[in-house]
Design a protein around this ligand. Structure first.
Ligand code: VGL
Ligand code: ZN
Length: 207
């Protein structure tokens, strides 16, 4: 059984958002297209949300860090980010054009102020797990189609964890855009996902 996982399609990663990803909005039509297809087949559709308290220590301002630079947070390497995806704010809402009605469950991550959480499965220190893996197991899912924001952070770590957990993973490349702290970060992230076993596909080639 297969499932679609939409990663962090939230306002703060889209146009004029606090952590704007270039052309991030272009992922929304791909997500809507695939949600329609998956719902027609009664396949499971899940979405993650980056969901931080305003005190989150990945925010540069809360950790005396410089935005975009790397430090350490509780022993784990941490990029310092602008304040983004604060729980229950406009920035943490899904993009207004996303067809939210077709999402069956939302998985919230990054809720612990002491540690960041790029993957939809585990926090960056692998101390705690979200409900994502158990939801997938309960639904007998073995194959995942993953897209979203950002290619080089939350998408990458969600894909790598999914592979480690034994899922067949398809990365829907046209449904992803990257932060690109370095110009080639997204290209490298896609290479890494591929090398670890993900199959890179385009949405139009799936149906
Ligand atoms: C993300 C940086 C910080 C992401 C989330 O969704 O890729 N990136 N928080
Ligand atoms: Zn975040």
């Amino acid at each position: 059984m297969k499932a679609l996982i939409l990663v962090d399609l939230q306002n703060d990663f889209c146009k004029d958002g606090a952590l704007e990803v270039k052309n991030g909005d272009e992922t929304i039509s791909v997500a809507n297209f695939l949600m329609n297809k998956f719902s027609q087949e009664n396949s499971l559709i899940l979405a993650t949300k980056d969901w931080h308290p305003s005190s989150h220590k990945s925010f540069a301002i809360n950790s005396n860090g410089t935005i975009g630079e790397v430090g350490t947070l509780n022993g784990v390497p941490q990029v310092w980010w602008p304040v983004h995806c604060v729980e229950n704010t406009k920035g943490s809402e899904f993009h207004p054009d996303l067809n939210k009605d077709l999402i069956s469950t939302i998985i919230y991550k990054g809720t612990n102020p002491e540690i960041d959480s790029y993957s939809g499965f585990f926090d960056n220190g692998r101390l705690n797990e979200t409900t994502l893996n158990s939801i997938l197991k309960d639904n007998k899912i073995d194959t995942l189609y993953i897209l979203g924001l950002a290619t080089d952070f939350c998408v990458k770590f969600t894909v790598l964890d999914a592979l480690q957990l034994g899922y067949n993973v398809y990365l829907v490349e046209d449904g992803c855009r990257g932060v690109n702290l370095e110009a080639d970060s997204s290209i490298k992230a896609i290479e890494e996902m591929k090398n670890c076993g993900a199959t890179i596909v385009k949405s139009i080639d799936l149906f």
